[in-house]
Design a protein around this ligand. Structure first.
Ligand code: ATP
Ligand code: ZN
Length: 225
């Protein structure tokens, strides 16, 4: 059973956001021991439980009020928000702070040999992505009709595999695109990690703890500037 008196923070178990998120909590003086296989890590010096989950589950845990705080990439947060809005499911949360790490962009990319002068050239084509909502918003604004091919991984190999004509995927350096014979054409969303809180009010003691954490995070981030 989870103890509801303790603050529950959802973080990515292992991936691109994990190390910096652990470091952020540590720099706020939150101590806990991570056991590799465990879902929950109890802080040893604060009334805080850390839930270690896949990043994709974090927005929903906050929007459903299962966890109090979460650290998540804005790309995943925005996609989940749009998906839930479309489905009529709870999609509210409080945005507390951009955290300055996990920077990346969601971009369209086409095969090197393809002629491309703008989004209109994608009309009627099939585009592979893990972010169908963000892609649809961007291309609808441009008046472009397209077919999407939903892939949760290996998006960059879809054109070569004959699954799609172009892709819409996360990029940081561009090396993966280059290695797959693709070139970036349009940045459709810029992202970094963000701290979010559930919409429902927290018990006063928990909210006080959140405010304290926020003050420390601000101080730690300022010291780094
Ligand atoms: P999980 O197993 O938790 O589902 P994942 O494979 O979906 O992990 P990661 O690759 O660890 O996710 O990326 C997590 C987040 O890190 C992304 O959603 C994005 O916000 C951020 N990120 C920063 N740089 C990159 C990049 N170059 N490629 C992908 N994501 C990046
Ligand atoms: Zn994921």
């Amino acid at each position: 059973m989870l103890d509801n008196s303790r603050l529950r923070i959802a973080i990515q178990k292992s991936g691109r956001l994990s190390e910096k998120t652990y470091a952020l909590l540590a720099s706020c003086g939150v101590k806990f021991n991570i056991h590799d296989q465990r879902l929950i890590a109890h802080s040893t010096n604060q009334p805080i439980d850390v839930l270690r989950v896949r990043d994709d589950d974090i927005p929903g845990l906050i929007m459903d009020g299962v966890c109090d705080l979460g650290v998540i990439g804005e790309n995943v947060l925005e996609e989940e928000t749009m998906m839930r809005e479309r489905a009529g499911e709870p999609s509210e949360f409080k945005s507390l702070k951009q955290l300055g790490f996990g920077g990346c962009r969601l971009s369209l990319a086409v095969p090197n040999e393809m002629d491309y002068s703008g989004p209109k050239d994608l009309d009627g084509l099939r585009i592979a992505t893990s972010y169908p909502e963000l892609l649809r918003r961007y291309l609808n604004e441009q008046g472009v009709n397209f077919q999407s091919c939903m892939l949760t991984g290996s998006v960059e190999v879809a054109p070569r595999a004959g699954l799609a004509d172009a892709i819409c995927d996360l990029v940081s350096t561009g090396a993966t695109l280059e290695a797959n014979g693709l070139r970036e054409t349009d940045v459709i969303f810029r992202s970094q990690a963000r701290l979010i809180q559930c919409k429902a009010p927290l018990a006063p003691a928990k909210q006080e703890l959140v405010d304290k954490l926020l003050t420390r995070i601000a101080a730690v981030m300022q010291a780094k500037e």
